[in-house]
Design a protein around this ligand. Structure first.
Ligand SMILES: [Mg+2]
Length: 370
């Protein structure tokens, strides 16, 4: 008998994130159609647009010149990723005040598993309300929240009543909610899949329910299982805060070009130390170290050394890099960038994310690092 409690999942999605930040910081933009990303005549695409721009048919990923055609009076803003990233960090920090089970999907969107949460609230709806309130207080921005017992439904719910929405889909309400769902709103249904479904006469979740799993798999292969399960309110995916890291490296563009071994070695050593301090903190050893070199003419080469045994010994790794570096220096070419990358990780245990050969870091951290 399965005695695990029903999970409580929240999906948070900021409303028109970049555009809302611009309207917050530039009062003259408030109440106006604002398009962030690209300029009217560039080849760029729309990153986000304000809610005032949406009645004109403007949406994310549309070509900027198309957006201009539809709404010439829109204000086009280039966008400031540095600022958006900082606001995002503030929001992600709020999530971690609630739970450690945070899976960010992008700068403005995340799943949270609040089955157990640091507020001690049994009601996920209260938790969602509290998150929205904290985001509003801290950033002045609106978020929409979807609350349900799995990721599939929580994500659809957050989109259900935008902006500033809070939609709850309980297990009791789920069957009716899914039956009425347009087929295009199902997970994994893009433009061509939607057309296929419409050809099959499937317009809503209700229509989808009449198809057997066998037929769906025959038509859609692996995704057929997902469609079959989702239409029955089933989605077992867990909120996963971690992501496997395949490599860890640092590189630096030099203030001026150099070509001598003696000048390059201290820089390589410094890069190696930066990488190692992080790996040692996570008790990770490596078997592979790569030297990356970009020459004055932007031609680039990498030189890989695979060691017999995993190590986190600086001397051993520096000896391998030094050998590569000697070869590079013998070419006598001017170098403009040096980099050190390690891979083939071996975890010392499960203390800090190391699981055998799988080195995990949080998705949150990867977002902040990109
Ligand atoms: Mg959003």
């Amino acid at each position: 008998m399965d005695t695990s409690p029903i999970r409580k999942i929240i999906h948070i999605d900021m409303d028109a994130f970049y555009a809302s930040i611009e309207q917050r910081d530039r009062p003259e933009l408030r109440g106006k159609p604002v398009v962030v990303g690209g300029s009217p005549h560039s080849r760029g695409v729309v990153a986000t647009c304000s809610y005032e721009a949406r009645p004109f048919g403007i949406h994310s990923a549309m070509a900027s010149h198309e957006a201009y055609k539809r709404c010439p009076q829109a204000v086009f803003v280039r966008g400031n990723m540095q600022k958006y990233r900082e606001v995002s960090k503030g929001i992600m920090d709020i999530f971690y005040e609630i739970t450690d089970l945070v899976e960010p999907l992008s700068l403005d969107e995340a799943y949270l598993d609040v089955t157990e949460n640091k507020l001690g609230y049994p009601s996920a709806t209260y938790v969602a309300r509290e998150i929205k309130k904290r985001i509003k207080e801290k950033t002045g921005l609106n978020a929409s929240a979807g609350v349900s017992y799995n990721k599939f439904l929580a994500k659809i719910a957050s989109d259900y009543d935008k902006p500033d929405g809070l939609t709850v889909v309980t297990p009791e309400k789920a069957p009716a909610f899914i039956r009425e769902l347009p087929i295009g709103d199902f997970r994994g249904v893009g433009k061509s899949t939607k057309e296929k479904f419409l050809e099959m006469g499937v317009h809503t979740g209700s229509d989808l329910l009449s198809w057997s799993e066998e037929d769906l798999v025959r038509i859609f292969h692996k995704r057929g299982h997902t469609f079959y399960n989702n239409s029955r309110g089933i989605d077992e995916r867990e909120v996963n805060p971690y992501r496997e890291r395949k490599s860890m490296g640092r590189e630096t563009t030099l203030p001026h070009n150099i070509s001598e071994y003696e000048d390059m070695l201290p820089i390589v050593k410094d890069l190696l130390q930066q990488v190692l301090s992080r790996l040692q903190a996570d008790r990770i050893r490596v078997k592979c170290v790569v030297l990356k070199v970009k020459f004055y003419d932007f031609k680039q080469i990498t030189r890989r050394t695979t060691l017999d045994d995993p190590t986190d010994d600086q001397e051993v790794l520096l000896a391998a890099l030094g050998e590569q570096l000697e070869h590079i220096a013998s070419l006598g070419r001017e170098v403009r960038l040096l980099g050190v990358t390690t891979s083939d990780f071996h975890g010392a245990g499960d203390a800090a994310g190391g699981r055998g050969k799988v080195y995990k870091t949080t998705r949150y951290e990867q977002l902040r690092l990109f």
